[in-house]
Design a protein. Structure first.
Length: 106
């Protein structure tokens, strides 16, 4: 059985961080040079292929959690454990998102 969803030729639109159109391509996957330059990439189905805002927001949240952790008194071990768990989960999420963005142009 053919996997028409992943093998379908699509049109990709590339935008910079300000949302200015920087190019388009057609193929079964995004064009590497445009993908690497772009902050946002959408396909002709209006699916988001790349959105660096998600990664930036997650990194800011991670920084804020680490700052909060530093300010928690040692006697509040429950909160320290909770924050460490949140940080660990967010780090894994960021790593996964970063990998998916790199694989998106493969």
């Amino acid at each position: 059985m053919w996997d028409t969803e992943s093998d379908a030729v699509r049109e990709y639109h590339y935008y910079n961080q300000e949302g200015v159109f920087i190019g388009k391509s057609e193929g079964t996957s995004p064009q590497k040079d445009l993908f690497d330059q772009a902050h946002y990439v959408f396909d002709d189905q209006s699916d988001i292929v790349k959105n660096l805002d998600l990664l930036a927001v997650a990194k800011r949240k991670l920084t804020n959690l680490r700052k909060e952790l530093i300010g928690v008194p040692l006697k509040d071990i429950t909160r320290i454990i909770e924050l460490n768990k949140e940080i660990e989960e967010l780090e894994a999420s960021i790593e996964s998102l970063a990998k998916s963005l790199k694989q998106g142009n493969a």
